[in-house]
Design a protein around this ligand. Structure first.
Ligand SMILES: C[S@@+](CC[C@H](N)C(=O)[O-])C[C@H]1O[C@@H](n2cnc3c(N)ncnc32)[C@H](O)[C@@H]1O
Length: 351
């Protein structure tokens, strides 16, 4: 087949953008760690001033700034020789509590990519890679990638969208947050509902240890406990609310988890399932958000599911029909989509 030069140029254009973005991931993490974005948010400055303010070296900062400006992450004024951040760039690059925090997402990506050799092997053998086998940056990056979305939506939108749940939480409810990782969602709920008691659980011991430390630092440990347990075996109950944030699709046996959740719920309890935004057909997921999730899923979600018993590997773009089917298979009788954001779908599942 002859090569169409225009189509080739289009593709090369895309490839160069992606290659720049891939290297930019490391540069974003560097910029965050060294406080470069935070310092630059103050006022426009030349590389020397930014280096002085951050205790770094001008030559490195200069090169970093040029790459950042070429990528549209900072502004450059050639007359003054200064660099700056727009309010929008500062919002996404310097505020970990804002609705979008790009450095956390890039930390997750860099951490996940370290598993490339194991993923290559796994493609050949079909074996799995457990969440616990990844680099530490995956655990902290995951927390910092997801937490802003939870902070922006969980208490203000998602929980109120569930039938009768907010009133129970206000009055004092028992809540289990399964697959909780570092417990970002657990902490947000505990702070908002001081009369309720929360048990976070995750099969990954290191994450649970970290969650305990962070909850104590926030002074919420009287209200929240964390245990090392899988979604298929977690303890306690009956719970008024069980939550699963961005973890159901990671499990090898999500139906087993759903069955166990049903047993642990009070008869009028609710399971809130938060999953990545996706639709039911592959073709309709072929967009930038789908690309992000499918690509993370190849390195993280599918390998983790394949590392566990159960025979499932839903992947991060499972779609509503798959989740509804597994809830029905586990004996739940009511299922509805309660809320959505560009990155997440929220389902209300009831016995
Ligand atoms: C993408 S992370 C999400 C963590 C957290 N819920 C959040 O939103 O930040 C997926 C989590 O699911 C946990 N996980 C995977 N399989 C599990 C299982 N079978 N039972 C319990 N947790 C599991 C992992 O250890 C990891 O912490």
């Amino acid at each position: 087949m002859p090569i169409d030069q225009d189509k080739l140029m289009d593709f090369l254009h895309k490839f160069v953008g992606d290659l720049g973005a891939t290297m930019a991931a490391g540069n974003v993490v560097v910029g965050e760690r060294l406080g470069l974005y935070r310092a630059l948010a103050d006022h426009p400055m030349q590389p020397r001033e930014l280096a002085e303010r951050t205790g770094t070296t001008t030559r490195y900062v200069d090169e970093w700034l040029r790459g950042q400006a070429a990528g549209g992450y900072v502004q450059y004024d050639p007359q003054a020789g200064t660099y700056s951040l727009t309010p929008e760039q500062a919002f996404a690059l310097t505020d970990p509590d804002g609705a979008v925090y790009a450095p956390g997402a890039f930390e997750l990506a860099l951490g996940a990519l370290k598993a490339a050799p194991q993923v290559i092997d796994a493609f050949r053998t079909g074996s799995g890679i457990g969440w616990h086998e990844h680099d530490d940056a995956v655990f902290s990056g995951c927390e910092r990638f997801f937490r802003p979305g939870y902070a922006a939506n969980l208490v203000s939108g998602w929980l109120p969208a569930l039938d009768g749940v907010q009133a129970k939480l206000d009055a004092g409810a028992r809540v289990a947050d399964i697959g909780c990782g570092h417990g970002a969602s657990t902490a947000l709920m505990a702070r908002a509902y001081p009369n309720s008691a929360f048990t976070g659980s995750d099969y990954h011991e290191e994450s649970v240890i970290r969650a305990r430390k962070q909850i104590a630092e926030q002074g919420l440990d009287h209200q929240v406990t964390f245990e090392v347990a899988s979604a298929q075996t977690f303890n306690g109950g009956p719970y008024d609310l069980v939550t699963s944030f961005d973890c159901l699709h990671d499990m090898g046996d999500p139906v087993g988890a759903a069955r166990h959740i049903r047993q642990m719920l009070a008869p009028d309890g609710t399971w809130m399932v938060v999953e990545p935004a996706a639709v039911d057909t592959v073709a309709d997921n072929l967009n930038p958000v789908g690309r992000v999730y499918y690509s993370f899923s190849t390195f993280l979600c599918v390998p983790n599911a394949l590392s566990q018993d159960g025979g499932y590997s839903l992947g991060a773009q499972a779609g509503e029909q798959s989740i509804a089917r597994l809830a029905a298979d586990a004996g739940f009788t009511r299922f509805r989509r309660a809320a959505e954001t560009p990155f997440n779908l929220v389902y209300e599942v009831r016995p």
